[in-house]
Design a protein around this ligand. Structure first.
Ligand SMILES: [Zn+2]
Length: 505
């Protein structure tokens, strides 16, 4: 456990020093846990991840929407969050420390099955097993249901809540979607935006936040579509790293690369449409730069599933800091949400199928962006070595916060003028680039290695003679000369991985 904590501390101190993540925020006033600021490089990295996510959803025919982050009470009553989005907590009667009751019980008596127990049941269990405050041995008070939503008010006194997920706000638009999609289902939409969860005492830094950015993709469809999903045929030969719940029950947690067609045939996924969503989630994480070795898809045990979920799989990322980290959930929400909003709003949210009105089903891909952002920094960390006198970040080029750095060999006018021209061309081609004139070339390479910039360009006196520049590869620290007229084409290939650096030598 110690080494895990140490590695997380290495990553967080690097992230702080190099301008990725600051906090807890507001640092100036001591900080509140569960809140972080993104520095300039953290924000660039997040933008890149969002761009990848957006591109993947749009390619899969999802449309993006944006909804308010505050909604009145009736929305959360209908969604089930007022009643169901709760943690059971207990307060020490002596020192006042607050604990998650279920976690405390599980720590003391891991063999006990407390799933489904209400507050009274948990209070009784605490008495029965003689549980006391871990820090002062004082008696624990009665267990209370603590709602994780942040409350606010509209105007003088209308009760309202900050959304704990973007999904519910997307569902509220369903009638509008029907018109927009000309009454045709399936229809797919996604939303990227802030969500809030008032965790009791968030630990684990970036993994448990009170305010975070969520991405949730929703497919509205009919039951018959779930079994007959034409897009599934495009991916039947693709393989995913799967860990089924049956394997977990046998103590096996290593993923097995499984062909999609086999996964459905063997009943790992009940529905082809759901299987397609799991594959899409996997694709999104691949495009954010995670490799198969660091990724697995884990099926929830039947006891783990949320109140609305008929089947559930998670994308998990392996980190040095915390081991496997749950990063994305793929949920079969059934028609729970639309039915509830139909009931509470008294508006018709059904569609007509063969002369009958039915409430559509929902499949969902849901994840926060801060977790993959942290995991990517964790996965990209490389310690200093004989070859390189600094620790560095090996970000996949496509998501690196800065993709290209441009250096004039020296700050002289005859080098600055062509350098600025090249810098402009690189920016115009859509790369995130940085211009740096300060210090020796060695120092400048080092600075870029530290923030994970994959390619550095140097303009020297040879450039003036023959219009070639050097491109330096972060990973091998090797350089090649490229003609300026080929530069953006070469960079695009290098960033996308369609050109290998070695082939330029
Ligand atoms: Zn205590």
């Amino acid at each position: 456990m110690n080494s895990e904590r140490d590695f997380n501390e290495i990553i967080m101190s690097l992230a702080r020093k190099r301008g990725f993540i600051w906090g807890p925020s507001p640092e100036l006033y001591g900080g509140s846990s569960g809140f972080y600021d993104l520095g300039p490089l953290g924000k660039l990295l997040k933008n890149r991840l969002e761009n990848q996510i957006r591109a993947a959803f749009v390619r899969a025919n999802f449309w993006e929407v944006e909804c308010p982050t505050v909604s009145p009470r009736e929305v959360w009553l209908a969604s089930g969050h007022l009643e169901g989005f709760i943690d059971p907590v207990t307060e020490c009667t002596k020192c006042g420390q607050i604990y998650r009751a279920d976690n405390l019980i599980a720590e003391k008596s891991p063999e006990m099955n407390i799933a489904g127990l209400n507050a009274d049941g948990l209070t009784e269990t605490i008495r029965k097993i003689g549980l006391v405050c871990p820090s002062c041995k004082g008696d624990l008070g009665p267990v209370q249901a603590y709602n994780l939503m942040m409350q606010t008010r509209l105007g003088l006194n209308q009760e309202a809540y900050l959304r704990p997920e973007t999904a519910t706000t997307t569902y509220l638009l369903f009638k509008r979607f029907l018109t927009f999609f000309r009454d045709k289902l399936p229809a797919a939409v996604f939303q990227i935006g802030k969500a809030y969860r008032n965790e009791i005492s968030p630990r684990q830094g970036m993994l448990r936040l009170r305010e975070f950015t969520q991405t949730e993709g929703q497919i509205f469809l009919l039951e018959k579509d779930e079994m007959d999903w034409s897009q599934f045929h495009d991916i039947t030969d693709e393989k995913l790293p799967l860990v089924t719940y049956k394997a977990q029950e046998k103590g096996k947690f290593d993923s097995i690369m499984t062909k999609m067609s086999d996964a459905v045939k063997n009943g790992f996924f009940q529905k082809p449409a759901y299987a397609w969503c799991v594959h899409l989630a996997y694709t999104i994480f691949r495009q954010m730069g995670f490799s198969d070795e660091k990724m697995r898809l884990r099926q929830h045990l039947p006891t783990e599933r949320a109140h609305y979920a008929a089947d559930a799989w998670d994308v998990e990322i392996h980190t040095e800091s915390f081991g496997w980290v749950e990063c994305c959930g793929i949920h079969d929400r059934g028609n729970y949400d639309l039915s509830r909003h139909q009931e509470f709003s008294k508006q018709n949210l059904s569609v007509k199928v063969d002369k009958e009105y039915v409430v559509p089903e929902v499949l969902e891909i849901a994840f926060g962006i801060e977790r993959p952002l942290f995991c990517l920094i964790d996965n990209s960390f490389r310690p200093e070595s004989k070859e390189r006198d600094t620790d560095w970040l090996q970000f996949p080029p496509e998501v690196a916060p800065i993709q290209v750095a441009v250096f004039p060999l020296m700050g002289k006018p005859e080098l600055l003028t062509p350098s600025e021209k090249i810098y402009d061309a690189v920016m115009d081609a859509g790369f995130v680039a940085q211009f740096d004139v300060g210090g020796s070339i060695g120092k400048r390479y080092r600075r870029q290695d530290e923030v994970g910039t994959p390619f550095c360009i140097t303009i020297d006196y040879t450039t003036i003679e023959d219009e070639t520049i050097t491109v330096r590869d972060r990973d091998t620290m090797e350089q090649v000369r490229v003609h300026t007229s080929d530069l953006t084409k070469v960079l695009r290939g290098l960033v996308r991985g369609t050109i290998q650096f070695n082939s330029l030598k």
